[in-house]
Structures are given as C-alpha cells and as structure tokens.
Write a protein that binds this ligand. Sequence first.
Ligand SMILES: *[C@@H]1O[C@H](CO)[C@@H](O)[C@H](O)[C@H]1NC(C)=O
Ligand SMILES: *[C@@H]1O[C@H](CO)[C@@H](O)[C@H](O)[C@H]1NC(C)=O
Ligand SMILES: *[C@@H]1O[C@H](CO)[C@@H](O)[C@H](O)[C@H]1NC(C)=O
Ligand SMILES: *[C@@H]1O[C@H](CO)[C@@H](O)[C@H](O)[C@H]1NC(C)=O
Ligand SMILES: *[C@@H]1O[C@H](CO)[C@@H](O)[C@H](O)[C@H]1NC(C)=O
Ligand SMILES: *[C@@H]1O[C@H](CO)[C@@H](O)[C@H](O)[C@H]1NC(C)=O
Length: 338
Amino acid sequence: MEGALLRPSFLLLLLLLQPGEYSRAAADESELTGILGGSVTFPLRIPAAQKFIHGAWAVNTSSLATVTAGKPPHVLVFDLSYKGRLRFHDESYSLQITNLRMEDMGSYTVEFSTDKEQFAYREFTLRVSKGQLPPTITCDSVACEEDSCSYTLCCAVRDGRENVTYTWSNAPSSVLSTDSTVHIPQRHQAAHKDVTCTARLPDGNSSRTISPKDFCAEQVPATTIVCDAVTCANGTCNYTLRCVAGERGGRVAYSWTRKASGTVVSTGPILLVSLRPFEALPAVACTARHPASNSSRMVSPKDLCAATPPDQSLASSPSYCLIILLLALGALSAGAIA
Ligand SMILES: *[C@@H]1O[C@H](CO)[C@@H](O)[C@H](O)[C@H]1NC(C)=O
Ligand SMILES: *[C@@H]1O[C@H](CO)[C@@H](O)[C@H](O)[C@H]1NC(C)=O
Ligand SMILES: *[C@@H]1O[C@H](CO)[C@@H](O)[C@H](O)[C@H]1NC(C)=O
Ligand SMILES: *[C@@H]1O[C@H](CO)[C@@H](O)[C@H](O)[C@H]1NC(C)=O
Ligand SMILES: *[C@@H]1O[C@H](CO)[C@@H](O)[C@H](O)[C@H]1NC(C)=O
Ligand SMILES: *[C@@H]1O[C@H](CO)[C@@H](O)[C@H](O)[C@H]1NC(C)=O
C-alpha cells in the first residue's frame, strides 16, 4: 500500500493548497522546451545538504502525481494519460516525462518537503516542439600512436526513437558510415577534419558536426605511457612501462596488448618486459577502459626507453627515462639561464 506511506496531514495539504495561493514572485519559475517524442526533466534543485521527503506535482492545477522518497521512490500517478511516462530521478527526485506529446504542454508545479524545508514550491512552463534536437555524439574510443589517433564515435537521437537512420559524413560529402557508429582510422583525413552525423527521422532531419580530435580530447581522458625503469644485468634487460590514464570519475581498468598479435600481456597499469639484447622489443599498446569509453596508446618500448644505455652486462644500473628527461630539461634551462 503505497498510499499508506503518505502522512494524512500531507495528503490534506495536497488537497487544500492550490498553486495559485503562492506568491508568483517567490516561485522559482522556469521555462522548458521538449521535443515531441522526446523527454524533459523538471529539476527540483534541492540543496545537497537536504533530503527530499514528499512531493506533489500538478499540471494546469490538476493533480498529476505524488512521490515519496524511497528506493525505488513511491509514486502515485493521478493523471492516467501520463501512466508509464513519468520517472523520478534517484537522489534528486526531479521529474522526467518521457515520450512527450503535444498535449503535455502547460504549467507544471510541484510542492515538496525536505528534511530541512517544510514547503518548497517550483513552477515550470513546458512547451513541446515538433522539431528535432541535434543528435548526441559520444566518443567511444581513441587509440593513439605518437600524435596520430584513430577514433570510434557514436551518434544517437535522444530516447532511442525508432525508424532513425544515421549517416556519418566527412566534408564536403563523402559518406564514412551508414551506421550509428563510425570508426575513423588514424591516417584518414577525417581524423584531422570535421565529421558530421545526420539523423534522418520520419518527421525531420538533424545533424551535428564535430572535430574528432577536439571532441574526444574533451570526452576521453588521454592515456600516456612512461618508461619507469630499465635494469640490465647478466645480459638481460628489464623494462618497466607504466600506463597513465587521466581520471574522470569511475574506475579505470588497464590492459596491455602486443600490437602484432593482439595478445593481452598484462592487466594492470604496469608492464614488465624482460629481454635479451638480441631480442627485439615488441610494440605494445596500453588500453585504459573508462566506464563510458576506451582510450589506448601504442608505443615501441625501444623508442620510449631509447635514452637508456644498452646492455651494461654485470653492472646493474637502474636508469630512469623520466629522470634523464628531467635532467636534460634541467640542463637546458640551466643553459638558458647562464
Ligand atoms: C494545459 O492547458 C493548456 C492551455 O490551457 C492546454 O493547451 C494544455 O493541453 C493543458 N495541458 C494539460 C496537460 O492538460
Ligand atoms: C517505422 O517504419 C515502418 C515502415 O516504414 C512503419 O511500419 C512503422 O510504423 C514505423 N515505426 C514507427 C515507430 O514510426
Ligand atoms: C532528410 O534528408 C533526406 C536526404 O537529405 C531528404 O531526402 C529528406 O527529405 C529529409 N527529410 C526531411 C523531413 O527533411
Ligand atoms: C628481471 O626480472 C626477472 C623476473 O622478474 C628477475 O628474475 C631478474 O633478476 C631481473 N633482472 C634484472 C637485471 O633486474
Ligand atoms: C648475475 O650472474 C651472477 C653470476 O652468475 C649472479 O651471482 C648474479 O646474482 C646475477 N645477477 C642477477 C641480477 O641476476
Ligand atoms: C572497450 O573495449 C572493450 C574491449 O576491446 C570493448 O568490449 C568495449 O566495448 C569497449 N568500450 C567502448 C565504450 O568502446
């Protein structure tokens, strides 16, 4: 019995209080525009220190729904034309209306209480437009070798509407993909220019143009590889490579693969390669998996650790590329000062 969870006094207030009784000036007014078939969210903007308790929504002054905090929230929908189309966000308790219809337009109000505030009030005006919002693009993966990268991009119109066809094109008008996903290889000219995703819908087309390089740099934290140490003794050299991924929330999972075979050689940020002098160093790639994207970088440890002296037979001498680099930089700046 969800209704039983609402305190009687609160229900009474729902019935007694009409939005018109509040001073309009005090109300937090907001105008929102949704797209037909799309969705819209009315933000409650509760201060972080407060906890939502109850809320009562009305549209054009008639009851729409009530929501009571919980996991999941307890929801009662009074206006049946919204059945199955209302969602309350976890934590924020903001109301989302999905699959918008033209007749959803109107004035939306909510009265709610939090643990610190007895009566809060918000008012929104919703318009529904027949147009199309531009599609959203996500950068799924970036794989770089030196300064050159390949990109995988994904295009979507909001709310996964049906009967959408996607086209990725490269200025002026060469089609790269007729799928929602496009892979742009490293050496493709599109990797350095703008690409456009066009979504064709029965009721209109919409498109968005981005530069993969700039766009992915913003969305996907870059991955770099550093040569931590090279230790040589008794004719064997050990290379310690470390993969460094920029963090942007969420866990990062690392894996190292051999370029030629694609074999996974390590799962973790560190890769140890033990080699005899006559053995060639394999090209390896480190992939950092973020919750929403992958970023990988390929290097040849030989180039990366090139600053390291070759086999020093019996003398076990750890040498650090980074330190050498810093020393070199230090020498340069010292020279500049002198
Ligand atoms: C709210 O009122 C407006 C105009 O009075 C109407 O066009 C709209 O359909 C109403 N919305 C709802 C959800 O009843
Ligand atoms: C998608 O297109 C097919 C064929 O054109 C049509 O029968 C179907 O109703 C469409 N679906 C939607 C959701 O518009
Ligand atoms: C969408 O674009 C295609 C191809 O450019 C065109 O044939 C079609 O008429 C457009 N549809 C709308 C609704 O504008
Ligand atoms: C290289 O690594 C192996 C295995 O971890 C170790 O047994 C060996 O002593 C190391 N050699 C050097 C020169 O550090
Ligand atoms: C190198 O070989 C010598 C003699 O064979 C041995 O004593 C020494 O421990 C070895 N060093 C390493 C790092 O394996
Ligand atoms: C990341 O890479 C893994 C393994 O290659 C793949 O399964 C996954 O779909 C990729 N994730 C994204 C967001 O591209």
